[in-house]
Design a protein around this ligand. Structure first.
Ligand SMILES: *Cc1c(COP(=O)(O)O)cnc(C)c1O
Length: 425
């Protein structure tokens, strides 16, 4: 890969580079195992003395090509593809925090991430303090304790659509000597590259725009490669790992210690890696990411403007709208477009909103966002159902909120569908 390639070129060509006579299209290596001519080669692989593949639970060529492309698109040094976005969020933290540790998170989060943080991580002995995504640096720093190991936030919160001030969160995290982990699922690297604003780790649910066709569940963790793990807060990175004959991650793998540790500890021991078939499908989607994100963004803006003027609509939230409190942040961090998700409420509240959802013909009710087909969902009764009323408010979910994921269909057809459905309310 030529490092100077622009985004669109990397999205098509990075990662997989076929040699003479090899398949032009990234193939699926659908094999759990790999053949070697001598025992020493395999022993060296086990000792991490050489790079290669020996068992697909740890690494697989198709998954590796997909990881390399994602790392190239985000501007990171390495990536680990996992079985779901949920495992990406979970292990981005578990790779650096264990029982007794603490995490600070911006409260406007995906419902599954809220549940992960408040229930599952808690059971593992990791506590979380939530701060407002609008918190200033002093407020973020006040939430950080000596045992805090990371700050976590969503770049464009699902479904609150708050645009993170990454620079502010990165600055606070770095003053405390901990990395900033950013979930960049909604913008994708095409609309925003959080590493350029100070993020240290980026995670994605690749089930969303990365795949884009709603074919495959997946997640990925990408490492920027510049965080100083030797600052005294992360002894697991700087002290010998007994599981690997005393390997020291920062010394033996100085380029991408976080990714190597994640792979040889958690992907190896817990089997959380992405399947080759899903990596293959996700890569097919990724090839058209730039084109899709342009259309998702322009369609969403046009539909948001249409809904804002519609007499049956009570409110619209889309960061690309001039009327949005997020507009200024969106101009700074999402200059190419504000992605394809918007939220709105219908006059008459939840019941009227339900009527509109049921009356839509082209847009379907789906528990998914960010694929080529337009879909709607009612977060309070669906994705965020497990949250308490307080958590709903913190996550930015009102009872009447309809989350609309705008696809890449023709905008006139979309407007007509929403118009006829709203007129029935
Ligand atoms: C969907 C989503 C997740 C979880 O991803 P899965 O692939 O469904 O596990 C995490 N973060 C955000 C922002 C999401 O939209």
């Amino acid at each position: 890969m030529d490092q100077n390639w622009k985004f669109e070129t990397k999205a098509v060509q990075a990662g997989y580079e076929p040699g003479n006579g090899e398949p032009r299209v990234m193939p699926i290596v659908q094999s759990t195992t790999y053949k070697y001519d001598d025992a020493q080669s395999v022993a060296d692989l086990f000792d991490l003395k050489r790079e290669g593949f020996f068992y697909t639970r740890l690494a697989n060529p198709t998954v590796d090509w997909f990881e390399k492309k994602m790392a190239a698109l985000e501007g990171g040094v390495a990536a680990c593809a996992l079985s779901a976005g949920q495992s990406a969020s979970a292990f981005s933290i578990l790779n650096i925090a264990s029982a007794g540790d603490h995490v600070v998170a911006a409260s406007s989060l995906y419902g599954g991430t809220v549940s992960l943080m408040t229930n599952t991580l808690k059971k593992m002995g990791i506590s979380v303090t939530f701060v407002s995504p609008r918190a200033d640096e002093a407020e973020i720093l006040r939430a950080i304790r000596p045992e805090t190991k990371a700050v976590f936030a969503e770049m464009l919160a699902n479904p609150a659509l708050v645009v993170l001030d990454v620079e502010r969160f990165a600055s606070a995290a770095h003053r405390a000597g901990v990395p900033l982990i950013v979930d960049n699922t909604f913008p994708t690297a095409y609309l925003c590259r959080p590493f350029e604003y100070g993020a240290d780790i980026v995670v994605h649910s690749t089930s969303k725009y990365t795949d884009g066709h709603a074919l495959a569940i997946g997640g990925i963790i990408i490492e920027k490669g510049s965080f100083d793990w030797t600052n005294g807060k992360f002894p697991e990175f700087t002290e010998p790992d007994p599981a690997y004959h005393g390997l020291i991650y920062t010394k033996n793998f100085p380029t991408a210690p976080y990714s190597v540790k994640l792979r040889v500890q958690y992907i190896r021991d817990l089997g959380i890696g992405q399947s080759p078939f899903n990596a293959f499908l996700s890569n097919v989607g990724l090839e058209t990411l730039a084109l899709r994100m342009e259309r998702h963004s322009s369609n969403a803006l046009a539909l948001a403007e249409f809904l804002e003027k519609h007499p049956k609509v009570s409110w619209v939230n889309y960061p690309g709208l001039k009327s949005s409190p997020e507009y200024e942040m969106a101009c700074k961090y999402l200059p190419r477009g504000a992605s394809g998700v918007l939220c709105f409420g219908v006059k008459g509240g939840k019941a009227a909103g339900e009527k509109v959802m049921n009356a839509l013909k082209l847009a379907a009710i789906v528990v998914h966002v960010a694929d080529v087909r337009t879909g709607v969902l009612h977060p309070a009764s669906m994705t965020h159902r497990q949250l308490t009323d307080e958590e709903l408010v913190a996550a930015g979910v009102s009872p009447d909120m309809i989350r609309l994921s705008v696809g890449i269909e023709n905008i006139e057809d979309l407007k007509a569908d929403f118009d006829q459905a709203l007129n029935q309310a």
